[in-house]
Design a protein around this ligand. Structure first.
Ligand code: ASP
Length: 434
């Protein structure tokens, strides 16, 4: 019997956790570090390797297919509004939960002091990284979108917005010139698009082994569990918020717009969610998110190729809700009473900070430094949440990716570009096996 891909990935994850845990207890950490982890790194690298070429070719073909400039601005505007809407809901939900549950009151004064001391060096590192974002004018994010050299942007996975910008420009150029002139160019990019989607299929064949290695490596790096227990209330508040987003919010939006079963939707994007969990990076997951959403959910690639890369870079609901809860938690542990004004400020800054967070592991924590600073909470408080950040990062990345996929479906539906995946003419072989 052939197992579906998501089962294979899940089995790889569980075996990886058991293997890493056992090796950790037997004192064989070095074996996992030296002989297992590299395979996880190779897997993540191969996904990242394909992300930038995928964005370029799929955006160019997607926009060229739209054939109409006004359609691009309409889809673009709608996408931004939806992304902002879901993020604002996420931050507000985070604030409500943190105020209701008050996770900070569960941490004793000694535990708080111990955490602040243990992680103070790691914090200065994050503060330094955040400073690079802070020391710029208000319009800098806008300036950063326009590259002064496209090829330099192509060589940096952190410059996704720049790559998106230039690819959109090429797409628009294609629409504006005579069809007979654009035909060879479009043909080339369409062919490349197919090739890249095929490469993603190939990479995904190794996914179960990749996630095995990633999770085994994670298990030997996990910090002392006595520190973790004090943070349980905080971690559970974040998990609750993330769960509400997935179980109630996105599934309702999905159902409301499509009248289709959210359960089936989640099952179809599950491999992307599992990869988000294993890699903690929406950018590394992007190729798989696109493949699942186009080939298995039925979103037309004209929409997916634009909405998903943009979402991976700017739409981070999981990060936003985490930043809101973490800021309030830190304030509670440090006995700082936040006024309503300060809390509203957190809504604003966490929304912006999540947009500015890179789609890589721990980026949300770096940007949290800015949220704390704006709300008048000492940045050293970051040390309080350091120990549990990795597992929460894995979970918030799942939400980030789920949100992108949901918005892609909504936009496709409202544009009449959502197909029925059951009758979509995908590669039969692939559909049967996955
Ligand atoms: N790891 C997250 C992502 O890639 C960002 C974060 O740290 O919150 O989506």
């Amino acid at each position: 019997m052939k197992l579906a891909l998501h089962w294979k990935i899940l089995i790889g994850m569980i075996l990886g956790i058991i293997f890493g845990f056992t090796m950790n207890h037997l004192g064989f950490n070095f074996f996992v570090e030296d002989w297992v982890k590299p395979f996880g790194v190779i897997f993540i690298n191969s996904l990242k390797l394909i992300a930038v070429p995928l964005i370029v070719v799929s955006l160019i073909t997607g926009i060229a297919d739209l054939k109409d400039i006004s359609k691009i601005s309409k889809i673009g505007g709608k996408t931004l509004v939806f992304y902002l809407f879901t993020t604002a809901i996420a931050v507000s939900l985070g604030l409500i939960l943190a105020n209701l549950i008050q996770p900070g009151t569960f941490v004793s004064a000694e535990a708080g002091a111990q955490l602040l001391d243990t992680f103070k060096d790691d914090v200065s590192n994050k503060i330094l990284q955040a400073d690079a974002h802070k020391n710029t004018g208000p319009l800098q994010p806008l300036v950063d979108i326009v590259p002064d050299n496209f090829f330099r942007a192509l060589t940096d996975n952190g410059s996704m917005l720049q790559v998106i910008f230039f690819s959109v420009l090429i797409g628009i150029g294609i629409i504006l010139i005579k069809p007979e002139d654009s035909k060879p160019v479009v043909g080339f990019f369409k062919g490349m698009n197919e090739i890249i989607l095929k490469i993603i299929d190939l990479i995904m064949l190794t996914a179960p082994y990749g996630v095995f290695a990633l999770l085994a490596a994670l298990m030997v790096e996990i910090p002392d569990s006595s520190i973790l227990t004090g943070l349980l209330a905080y971690a559970l508040t974040v998990v609750l918020g993330l769960a509400i987003l997935i179980v109630l919010f996105y599934s309702s939006i999905y159902y409301l717009f499509t009248k289709r079963s959210p359960w089936k939707f989640y099952k179809r994007i599950l491999p992307a969610q599992l990869l988000a969990f294993s890699t903690s990076s929406s950018a590394a997951t992007l190729p798989v998110t696109m493949e699942r959403v186009i080939e298995h959910v039925g979103v037309d690639d004209e929409v997916a190729s634009f909405v998903l890369p943009l979402g991976a870079t700017i739409n981070m609901d999981g990060t936003a809700i985490y930043q809101a809860i973490a800021a309030i938690f830190i304030a509670q542990v440090m006995s700082i009473d936040l006024t309503l004004g300060q809390q509203l400020m957190i809504i604003l800054t966490a929304t912006l900070a999540s947009i500015g967070s890179a789609a890589v592991p721990s980026a949300g924590m770096v940007m949290l430094v800015i949220v704390l600073g704006q709300a008048g909470i000492p940045e050293a408080g970051l040390a309080l949440i350091f120990a549990v950040d990795r597992p929460l990062d894995m979970l918030r990345t799942v939400v980030n990716v789920t949100s992108d996929a949901t918005v892609a479906v909504v936009i496709a539906k409202t544009e009449g570009l959502l197909h029925d995946p059951e009758i979509k003419n995908w590669d039969d072989n692939y559909a049967q096996n996955n």
